[in-house]
Design a protein around this ligand. Sequence first.
Ligand code: NAD
Length: 489
Amino acid sequence: MTNTVTFNNFYNVINNEKRVGETTYCGIDPSTGKELWEVPLASEKDLDEAVVAANRAFKKWSSLQQHERSRLITEFASELEKYKDAFTELIFKESGKPTQFAESETIMGINTLRGHAEWSVPDQVLKDTEEVKVVLQHVPIGVVAGITPWNYPFQLAILKIAPALLTGCTIILKPSPFTPYTALKLGEIASQIFPPGVVQVLGGDDNLGPWMTKHPDIAKISFTGSIATGKKIMAAASETLKRVNLELGGNDAAVVTEDFDIPQAAQLVAIASFAHSGQICMATKRVYVHKSVYPEFMTHFTAIVRSFKAGEGFCSPIQNKMQYEKAKSIFADCEENQYKFAVGTGIIPVSEEQSGYFLPPAVIAEPPETSRIVQEEPFGPIIPVLTWSDDEEVIERANNVPTGLGATVYCRDEKRAWRISERLETGSVWVNGGLKLDPVALFGAHKQSGIGGELGPLGLKYYTNTRTITYWKELPRKAEDGGKGGIFA
Ligand code: NAD
């Protein structure tokens, strides 16, 4: 029997207790610039208490049969489903995401939990002879700290909670200070399902993350966020040799070949670039169109993008002031360098800022490959379109960035599509349609876009240490037989 949860009071959740905290602050609604509800800021003492509770809970939680953990995870999913509309509203309020996107994020998160409940990382018998049996096991790492950004507050929290719990780890989640509300409510609902210390959620300021990464009794950091913070986390984690999962920024290319239906390509690329105003890690951020179809593509693409209006449909506001200024500086850089705005302008009218962090969509036609708009991740509604004429050339240019999160290829010739896809240095490649994450597919990264991965049964392995047990069935009869077969049997 669970208690009804209300969505207008927010608490940290430590050892299944709701804590108000000595210090509080308010998040900002990015659509209005107005303050939202009060939330507690966790102290270092709060974190220490949570770590003690998480380590205590780990002993019992990790020793449960996996089907028992799966059952509770499924129960958690069903409980969250009861609050689907409330979460949709909350995500809309704190992230600025349009309601239909907020709703699909909630559904995706609940399905992600259910999906994980069906997966496992089974033991593997590597060898089984008359003499010896060698078994590889995946054992839970321990206490995980999950640190998340502001763009998908529900789904990204679930992507930490689900694999941690299923594998037998316990988790302390720290949401972004820009979007603390959804995660705190997830923690409150989780406290009604799981034993104390299994799922804890702490809202905090810029101090909390570093306290977590240096804490000696946290075994793993599972982080989603920017490359710059990812590097700091990896450096801090090296002090105690914590395991790290880093899901970082990207600069995803879309490659459009001349055989694709061009109006359709324009439509698909427009959605993949401008949904949630580009504030999606796997959004298309550079478009490479075959020279022979570039004019046709631009006719359709610019018409579609011109129909997008800041604050309407999926063109949400930028979530926070810091990100708004960052994205705006890329608009300004394009303006200063006199790159061609095929849609939009680099000078943002002041009126746009009056009721929230809105940026009008922009398309930059053929800027230099070395420009900021091509080389950096704007995380805003602005996209460069470039041309190419040879497959080898476009593969090289798509790969010529320090990131490697995802890429999309629009190509009808299947052999050619595979040939291009297999040369792209990214964790994911989508062919003929971007922004589609299949939950069974590991979402990983190459280069500076991250380390490790999430989703699919393979994602579970990053929450485990391996242990091999070598069991000799026949005991050596004499001492000199002890090394039978040599050291590397
Ligand atoms: P961010 O790196 O600024 O912050 C992410 C989280 O890290 C926040 O909770 C923040 O409080 C915390 N943090 C900040 N400094 C820290 C430190 N020194 N130690 C520990 N924690 C610290 O990122 P953001 O602006 O919130 O998110 C946007 C970025 O996230 C973009 O680059 C985007 O591409 C990336 N992202 C990646 C994925 C992915 O799956 N690869 C998904 C979503 C977003």
